[in-house]
Design a protein around this ligand. Structure first.
Ligand code: NAP
Length: 293
């Protein structure tokens, strides 16, 4: 890591940032500014609050200002799509974009949330290929999880949601895309009906998110006893009640901080056309961990 505590801003400094509303809570500057410091890159990363109705102006303005790249957070991950000049295939399939990479006439959109989750699975030893996966939730994050598990070769995906219509719609979409009956939509209240053992469980609902730390989608012992590995997309708190129940029943459980970290690392790689080392990714991860209170 470069030995400097104060970043030098000069005429050659490049700018990246995150657009969203709200955006004050973002931890992304930690990831990107740490990477710039580590690799001694003259690039800074800042949050940009974009108010409702201003997304087109924000993207065009960013390009006019020679901004190198942007992350996109809630609520604009779908809204930005009409204003891009190109979109990566996976992001198109998911229908959501969280990273914009500058090209000549505008920005190309990527979904590094899903790519980051893929790397988080790798690093946690979660092997989806050929296995049964249970996904809890059928919202925006779940879409990315289900498409990722499809692309990683899951044998079967049970998709549980409180509102069955949403699970059915997502299952139909993925099954049509994959050309097989891969995703089985189910009501959350039917979770005890899973028969397979040794399953991978992905918690993609917002239940258990701070400050509702003691909430959990299910307390069904029969379900938890079948889990070998679990990933909760929530990272605040760093151990959710879902994770605790998995561990109490003998399974391994990981929180969503590695997904957050890798979505940033991969965005930085795309903007700078470089590969980030695992050593650097570990440094940003530890800084994020220290920032989650
Ligand atoms: P979302 O689109 O609002 O979806 C929320 C999901 O939670 C839906 O499936 C919803 O079910 C379910 N849910 C909410 N309250 C519930 C309750 N009381 N009981 C049962 N189910 C309930 O949210 P999202 O964008 O998918 O985000 C989901 C989670 O992922 C959030 O905690 C978010 O922080 C996390 N996330 C993490 C990362 C990361 O980098 N680690 C990235 C993205 C998201 P219904 O359909 O029935 O309403």
């Amino acid at each position: 890591m470069a030995d400097k505590s104060i970043m030098t801003i000069n005429g050659k400094t490049r700018l990246c940032g995150v657009i969203g509303n709200p955006v004050e809570h973002t931890m992304s500057p930690i990831i990107h500014n740490t990477l710039s410091e580590y690799y001694d890159k003259n690039l800074i990363y800042v949050p940009f609050y974009v108010k409702d109705g201003d997304i087109e102006a924000a993207i065009k303005g960013a390009h006019a200002l020679n901004i190198l790249g942007l992350n996109v957070t809630v609520p604009y991950k779908m809204d930005v799509i009409p204003y891009l000049v190109d979109i990566d295939d996976l992001a198109k399939r998911i229908g959501a974009v969280n990273t914009l990479v500058r090209c000549e006439n505008g920005y190309k959109g990527y979904n590094t949330d899903v790519l980051g989750l893929g790397r988080a699975f790798e690093i946690s030893g979660i092997k989806v290929n050929g296995n049964t996966v249970v996904v809890l939730g059928a919202g925006g994050a779940s879409r990315a999880v289900v498409f990722l598990c499809e692309s990683l070769g899951a044998a079967k995906i049970y998709l549980f949601n409180r509102t069955i219509d949403k699970a059915e719609a997502l299952a139909n979409e993925v099954n049509e895309y994959s050309g097989r009956d891969l995703v089985i939509p189910m009501l959350m209240s039917d979770i005890e009906k899973i028969e397979e053992n040794d399953i991978i469980a992905i918690q993609a609902t917002s239940v258990g998110l701070h400050p509702n730390n003691e909430d959990v989608v299910t307390t069904c012992d029969a379900f938890y006893s079948k889990i070998s590995k679990a990933y909760d997309l929530i990272y605040k708190p760093t151990e959710t009640k879902f994770m605790r129940l998995v561990k109490e029943h003998g399974g391994e459980a990981y929180n969503g901080l590695s997904m957050l970290n890798y979505q940033g690392v991969i965005a930085y790689e795309l903007w700078n056309e470089m590969e980030i080392s695992e050593e650097a990714a570990k440094i940003t991860f530890d800084k994020l961990m220290g920032a989650v209170d």
